[in-house]
Design a protein around this ligand. Structure first.
Ligand code: ASP
Ligand code: MG
Length: 419
């Protein structure tokens, strides 16, 4: 069996939905197929915004109505008759969402309520896709992924209970897949007491990999608006090259350094079962794309990866003693408590520097926690540039005209933090 994952861009319009039906019909083949779908277009961003307003007890109606109008417009285009049950299902989901927004208690745990609300994007898109494929003669079952991917209550980054998840998926889904497609949501999980969790932004790839792993799929496909896995983001670089085939290892590293093409957690479950991952363009579905698998290549073109919105923090000991392992332990503990991830680190005699994704609230809490013990300086609005498999040329290309705050290299990887 196969797993297909369609991201936000592949369900952003009625036309895009029609294209999915075309892809499934043309390439889905005779095999059993499970389809994972993300929220439509920029819906997750919109829901984050609506949630932020509601959380602060501000008026959110206008933004909420916009989000609703976007979804109803597309479902009207897809089901012009008006008598499809999709309309009622959507209306019901929207009124549930509205109820959640209206009833956020003051002082509620932000991340927990975020998950209960922002998760609606995938419910909307999967319901529309379910009915649309059905109408196109692609018989399918709508499956609630929150009932299959069980996580702990690490809100916004649920940790998967693999045993439970695998057992439950294996118990139910192979039978359903015998005679129909399965349509389910990316990004979502559920706790054992029925609350919704999310798996981290862009986590739908990971959801698809979880299903692929648990079902022992023959292959997983990610359908995107790019030609495959490229050596750089075409938003920032011209002359990008596509890797026709690349190893799990290279891909994991690229994802870790911030290549946004695949969610970093996606590869491990696939690699563990040697399930090949194909990255293909939904705009040109017949084209080759990229195959990610258990392979090795001696020479591979340099990959350029940019992480934006970075923050460089340095800690020094107040009395000019050297930075010790004990000091670092204190710093690491605080970082882990606040779920601040280190993208790069470096130490000198009296200071220790780290580069992390900028999160104002967490940074402030970090400073509060550690300011009695360390002198802390930080710079924000920085970029982290990584070149994997670098060459002298590729380094020049990146470093010219940049103010570099930190530089690091290993045999394979070159990194700078710059303005
Ligand atoms: N809709 C979610 C997001 O935008 C998950 C995903 O698209 O992978 O982050
Ligand atoms: Mg996405």
């Amino acid at each position: 069996m196969k797993v297909y994952k369609f991201g936000g861009a592949s369900v952003k319009s009625a036309e895009a939905f029609r294209n999915i039906a075309h892809i499934i019909r043309t390439y889905g083949g005779d095999k059993q197929l499970l389809v994972v779908v993300s929220a439509m277009g920029k819906t997750t961003n919109a829901l984050e915004h609506i949630f932020n307003l509601a959380y602060k007890q501000h008026d959110f109606e206008q933004e909420y109505l916009q989000c609703q109008a976007y979804h109803t417009q597309i479902s009207k285009e897809l089901f012009p008759g008006g008598d499809s049950p999709v309309h009622e299902r959507l209306e019901h989901l929207f009124s549930q969402l509205h109820h959640h927004l209206k009833t956020i208690p003051s002082g509620a745990t932000y991340d927990k309520f975020y998950d209960q609300i922002v998760s609606f994007g995938e419910l909307f898109s999967s319901v529309i896709l379910h009915y649309f494929l059905q109408e196109q003669g692609l018989n399918n079952a709508w499956v609630d992924s929150r009932k299959y991917i069980q996580t702990d209550n690490t809100w916004r980054e649920g940790k998967v209970d693999w045993n439970w998840t695998e057992r439950t998926i294996k118990r139910d889904l192979p039978e359903i897949l015998q005679d129909q497609l399965v349509v389910t949501q990316g990004f979502l999980g559920g706790t054992n007491n029925g609350l919704t969790t999310t798996l981290g932004r862009e986590g739908s790839d990971f959801s698809a990999a979880i299903f692929a792993y648990c079902l022992g799929a023959d292959a997983m496909y990610i359908w995107k608006d790019v030609a495959g896995l490229l050596n750089a983001d075409p938003k920032y670089f011209k002359d990008t090259v596509r890797y026709p085939e690349i190893s799990y290892q290279e891909t994991v590293e690229m994802a870790y350094y911030g290549a946004s093409v695949i969610h970093p957690k996606t590869i491990k479950p696939l690699a563990n079962k040697l399930i090949p991952l194909y990255v293909k363009s939904f705009l040109d579905p017949g084209a080759e794309g990229t195959k990610i698998c258990d392979c090795r290549f001696e020479v591979i073109s340099p990959a350029y990866i940019i992480k934006e919105n970075q923050c460089l923090i340095s800690f020094s000991v107040k009395d000019f003693t050297f930075i010790s392992e004990k000091n670092m332990g204190t710093i690491f503990n605080a970082l882990s408590e606040l779920r601040l991830k280190i993208n790069l680190m470096q130490n000198s005699a009296i200071s220790f520097s780290i580069c992390t994704d900028y999160n104002q609230e967490r940074l402030q809490r970090l400073v509060q926690t550690l300011q009695d013990q360390f002198v802390i300086h930080y710079n924000t609005s920085l970029h982290l540039f990584t070149i994997k498999n670098y060459s002298a040329d590729s380094i020049n290309k990146i470093t010219t005209d940049k103010e570099i705050l930190l530089e690091q290299r290993t045999r394979t990887t070159f990194q700078i933090v710059s303005r």
